[in-house]
Every structure is written in structure tokens, then in C-alpha cells.
Design a binder for this molecule. Structure first.
Ligand SMILES: [Zn+2]
Ligand SMILES: [Zn+2]
Length: 607
């Protein structure tokens, strides 16, 4: 294997593996920053390093912390605020608050599968001396809450190992780690860590480093310019997000500074819904002239009581059909009880059905462990008659990829139930974990084209009382903004399409979690969305616990442009396996010849 490293000064080197590892060398001994992966060993041999004395980690992510042995004679230093996310990771993997009803994303889940020993914890301003160098610690939150920058003064220069704060001039490695709430939960905080990120970058700039060495990315010799370009680009990207954001309807106070900005869509007035509709919680209910009811979503037992009251008051006879708009907990939590109370046909789109019939197969924002029975699965454009109404079902990848839309035509109205996808101020894409893809025929582009074609008289959101609609000009404004976003977000990432930096789930395990008994063989599928306009190759290898003494060979696939591909693994679980409970299986992943380290994981629950 060829060695890949560069020398920054007499004593300082960087190994370029799937991440950059700093190597401060003094004779045959070394201090390492963010050692990860198996290729580092070759560089250490080439540099005749025989003794690694210290390791420093910038942040807790598994892709910069896993795969290099932290032996007993090596001191391991980590950010003080994240010490538990190194030495007690089991508390994360075993706590259901990090598995279900996910509205908060601290800590980020790209965490070590197994704990490692921690010797030193570092906080703001800590200084240390090692060999010919003096080191200083800066707390630089943004990419993660606890991220540190290590300043190294050596050979007359000052180098900043800045973690994943910045990738290259004007670029970030990804954006979904910046999903942090400011006044509400992290769920509403698209790019919510941007202020923290800016302050951290300014702090690094103020330290006057001669070079920035990112964990992912390219060594930057002009830190000032690299930071300036990034801050301008981020401000532009955020402005194009706010311009058509549905969140302006719910939390106008968060966006006062943006009011009147060029290209920002004015907020539309609502209109009263037709009198045969009822709205409780997140549920819309349609009453037919026969007295039957058609119900959409059931997030709480309160909704069941309200429907029973309608029955008791003779406003409705019975519920005959039930539609699910999407998988979020506030829409599905009470469905099992609803289904036990009202025997009726449950219908949803095939993409939504996949999640709600087996939620343990997924780890997504706001996911509920409630299992829904689905009686009929629809595909784009499937149509049926329900009493005097004509229903037409769509896959509607708006608020989430796993989302449905329903056109209901009757009584002279064309009503579109788009789940949570729109408010009067625009589109609901404020949680990057929801997979809001940019591009032609995907995500909101697909949704808006459908609305443009169907021309509904009323659009409904499950959380909003009034109905509303959009003018042709407003739809054009949203489509134009999405097209501009695709360009400016693509420029923000070192990928050939913005979706790689924005779609946390472009690589995912299915099932995410499964129960399995020692002696059985687990089936695991890695699904990959190729967001590029050209075919892409992918290689993956599950990393099994060493005690199992089982190695799974890497497997490959080629994925056509703008399509999903997958790699299947059969994993025999040794009969002798003693540790039961939740086992984290990291997946080492290489995409188009670029190694990404232990990029994703699956959970095996051994019983
Ligand atoms: Zn990271
Ligand atoms: Zn929702």
C-alpha cells in the first residue's frame, strides 16, 4: 500500500487517510491528532516512528476516532465535554432517548461502537509541552458541541488542527451535524449551529495560525481567506433557506432580521376549510354525506376520544378509511389504539409503509416505536372512490422523504393533504435528518411540480387550522429558490452534489436494528443513494466484535446515476457469543474510491 503523507515543518507531518492525522514527531516517538483507520500504520513505519506516546482527539465522531489501537502505554486526550462519548459510549447506545422520538441531536450519533480508555480531558486554554512543541487548546463548538482545535507551535510556525469546523476554502464536510436548536428543539434548527461555527472560526482566525489542518479536507495555507469564503457562503445558503421556509409561520420571531430580504416569499393568508372537515391535534377528518368518516393520522389518544364524541353526537356513523401522511411520532403514536378502536381499512403510500410497519428498521428524526398495520399500500397516482369523494394518492417527499400526499376531490373542492409539508410561508425542510433532497424530480421540486399540475383549491397541513393555497408566482418563487439552493449548497461541500452534504441518510443500514439469536445468521443490507449524475462504486465491510472471530469480506456494487443501490451481507452470529444485548456493528465504507471510515452502523440486539 502506498504511503500518503505530507511534511508541514521539520517536526510536523500529516497522514492523509480517510481523515487527516497530525503526526508530531520527535526522533522515533510521536504525538498523534485524530488517528483513525488502518493505513496510518504504514506512514508511521515510513517515518520510523516506533513509539506513539500521546493521542489527541478533536471530537467524538467515529470516523476520526475508530480503527487505530489506543494501547496501554499511550496517553489518550479528549475534549472534556465529550469524555463520556469516548469512555462510556454504552450509555448512548443503550438509552432509548437516543433511539426513539428524536428531536434533539446532541450528541451526534456517529459515535464509537465500543468505549476506549481516556487519560486526559482538555478544556479551553489548556497548554502542554511535548518534545519540541508547545500546544494550546481552543474550544471550538459547531460541528459538535465539544469540538476542540489544537494549536501547535513548532519550528517557528503555528498550526491549527481544527477538526471538522472547515473542510477547505469555503467548504464544509457536511451540514447535518450543524442541526441544532436555538430556541426550540434541535429538530427546528436547520444550520442552527451556524453562529457557534462562525464564532469558533473567528477564534481560530484570532490565534493567527499559519495553516489550518482539518480532520476531513485539505490543508489550508491562507486561513483568513478560507474562513471568509466559508462565512459568506454560509450566510448566502442560510438566506436561501429562510426565503421560503415554513418555519416563518410557526416562529416568526426567529426570522425578524430577514424580513423584506430580496427573493423572500411573502407569507400567504389562510382561508376557512370546507364545513365537512374536522381538525383535532394533527388529525384531519372528512365527513361524507353518508355519515361515514375518513381519518388521517392519529398522534394521540385525545384524537380517539374526539372521534368517539363525534359518534356519540351523531355527527358521524363510523370510520371506514384511515390514511397515514408520514411516520413522525406526532402522527402515528396512537395508531395501534386507533386501529383497535375503529375497525377500518388503513391505507398509505409504499415509502411511508416501509417505515411504519417496521420502525425498528430505521433511525430517523421524530421516529416512533409504534407499529402500524397497513391494509393497502398505494403508489404514485393510485385513485379510488370513497363515497362521494375521489381520492388520489402520491409519494410526496416534502417534509420527509417518507411522506405521502392525498388529493381529495368532491363538493366542488380540490383538497390536497400534504402532511406537514407546507405552511402559508413555504416549505418545511428544517430538519436535515428528514432527507429533503435537492434536484430535479426529487424532494420539494417533485412536490411543487405536482401542486403546480393539480392546482388544489385548498392545501392542508396537519398542524395548521386554516387551509391555504399558492399562486403560480409563489410556486415559481419556491422552485427558483430551490434551483438556486442546489447551486449554492453544492459549492459548500467537497461533493459533486449538495445532497451528499445535506442528506445524512444517503448511506443507511436496513434494518437499522434487528433482534437475532447466537447461532443464527443476520441479514443486513446497506442502501446507498447515488446523488451524482454518473455511476458510482461503493465498497462496504461490516466490522464485527473481535471476540466473535468472524470476518466478513468487503463487498462492492455499482450504482446508476441518481438512483439507489444496495449491498447485502449475511453475518453468522457465533453460537458461543456471550455478550448479549445491543451490539453496534460499524460499517466501513468506501465511495467512488474515497474511503470514509466507519461511516454508518447497524444495531444487533442479541437475545
Ligand atoms: Zn466529525
Ligand atoms: Zn411531521
Amino acid at each position: 500500500m502506498p504511503t500518503r503523507f505530507s511534511q508541514l515543518s521539520h517536526h510536523l507531518y500529516v497522514h492523509h487517510g480517510h481523515v487527516n492525522t497530525g503526526i508530531l514527531r520527535d526522533g522515533n516517538r510521536a504525538l498523534l491528532i485524530d488517528p483513525s483507520g488502518t493505513t496510518l500504520h504504514t506512514t508511521l513505519v515510513a517515518l520510523e516512528i516506533t513509539s506513539v506516546e500521546q493521542i489527541l482527539f478533536t471530537h467524538h465522531h467515529r470516523d476520526n476516532t475508530a480503527g487505530f489501537p489506543t494501547l496501554d502505554n499511550v496517553r489518550v486526550g479528549v475534549p472534556s465535554k465529550a469524555a463520556a462519548w469516548f469512555s462510556e459510549v454504552e450509555t448512548f447506545w443503550n438509552d432509548s432517548k437516543y433511539r426513539w422520538h428524536l428531536y434533539n441531536y446532541r450528541p451526534h450519533n456517529l459515535m464509537l461502537a465500543d468505549s476506549i480508555r481516556v487519560d486526559d480531558t482538555h478544556t479551553e486554554g489548556a497548554e502542554m509541552q511535548w518534545g519540541p512543541a508547545s500546544l494550546k487548546v481552543l474550544e471550538t463548538p459547531g460541528h459538535t458541541d465539544e469540538s476542540l482545535t489544537y494549536l501547535i507551535n513548532v519550528d517557528g510556525e503555528r498550526f491549527a488542527f481544527s477538526g471538522d469546523l472547515i473542510y477547505d476554502e469555503g467548504q464544509l464536510w457536511e451540514l447535518y451535524s450543524l442541526q441544532k436548536g436555538q430556541q426550540t428543539s434541535d429538530y427546528h434548527g436547520f444550520l442552527g449551529a451556524r453562529d457557534e461555527l462562525r464564532e469558533s472560526l473567528e477564534k481560530v482566525r484570532d490565534a493567527s495560525p499559519t495553516a489550518l489542518i482539518p480532520t476531513h479536507g485539505v490543508v489550508m495555507r491562507d486561513p483568513d481567506k478560507a474562513i471568509d469564503v466559508l462565512l459568506h457562503r454560509l450566510a448566502d445558503c442560510y438566506d436561501k433557506y429562510v426565503a421560503i421556509s415554513a418555519l416563518r409561520h410557526y416562529f416568526p420571531q426567529l426570522f425578524t432580521e430577514f424580513e423584506g430580504n430580496a427573493g423572500h416569499m411573502p407569507i400567504r393568508e389562510g382561508k376557512p376549510p370546507p364545513e365537512f372537515l374536522r381538525h383535532f391535534g394533527t388529525t384531519w377528518l372528512i365527513i361524507s354525506e353518508t355519515g361515514e368518516a375518513f381519518v388521517m393520522d392519529c398522534g394521540s389518544p385525545h384524537v380517539i376520544k374526539q372521534i368517539q364524541r363525534l359518534q356519540a353526537d351523531d355527527e358521524i356513523s363510523e370510520v371506514t378509511q384511515f390514511w397515514v401522511t408520514h411516520y413522525h411520532d406526532d402522527h402515528v403514536d396512537a395508531i395501534p389504539e386507533f386501529q383497535a378502536t375503529f375497525p377500518c381499512e388503513t391505507i398509505t403510500d409504499s415509502v411511508v409503509a416501509r417505515v411504519i410497519i417496521n420502525p425498528t428498521g430505521f433511525r430517523l428524526p421524530c421516529i416512533s416505536p409504534a407499529v402500524t398495520r397497513v391494509d393497502r399500500i398505494t403508489h404514485d397516482g393510485d385513485s379510488w372512490q370513497w363515497n362521494e369523494f375521489t381520492m388520489t394518492a402520491y409519494h410526496f417527499p416534502g417534509q420527509t422523504y417518507y411522506h405521502a400526499g392525498l388529493l381529495v376531490e368532491g363538493h366542488g373542492a380540490k383538497m390536497f393533504f400534504g402532511g406537514d409539508s407546507f405552511t402559508m410561508s413555504g416549505i418545511d425542510d428544517y430538519c436535515s435528518g428528514n432527507r429533503n433532497l435537492l434536484g430535479k424530480d426529487v424532494g420539494y421540486e417533485k412536490c411543487l411540480r405536482l401542486i403546480q399540475q393539480l392546482k388544489p383549491t385548498h392545501i392542508f397541513n396537519c398542524h395548521v387550522n386554516p387551509a391555504f393555497d399558492f399562486t403560480d408566482a409563489e410556486i415559481e418563487c419556491m422552485l427558483d429558490t430551490l434551483a438556486e439552493r442546489e447551486k449554492c449548497y453544492t459549492a459548500l461541500f467537497p461533493w459533486d452534489h449538495a445532497n451528499y452534504g445535506m442528506d445524512e441518510h444517503w448511506v443507511r443500514c436496513y434494518p437499522y436494528e434487528q433482534e437475532i439469536t447466537p447461532g443464527e445468521t443476520a441479514q443486513l443490507r446497506l442502501e446507498i443513494t447515488n446523488h451524482s449524475s454518473e455511476p458510482r462504486t461503493a465498497t462496504a465491510q461490516p466490522i464485527l466484535p473481535p471476540a466473535w472471530d468472524v470476518e466478513i469480506d468487503p463487498a462492492h456494487t455499482t450504482i446508476p446515476p441518481k438512483a439507489d443501490g444496495d449491498i447485502d451481507f449475511s453475518i453468522p452470529i457465533p453460537r458461543s457469543c456471550e455478550a448479549l444485548g445491543r451490539i453496534v456493528i460499524p460499517i466501513d465504507f468506501t465511495y467512488n474510491a474515497r474511503p470514509l471510515g466507519q461511516f454508518r452502523e447497524a444495531i444487533f440486539v442479541l437475545t
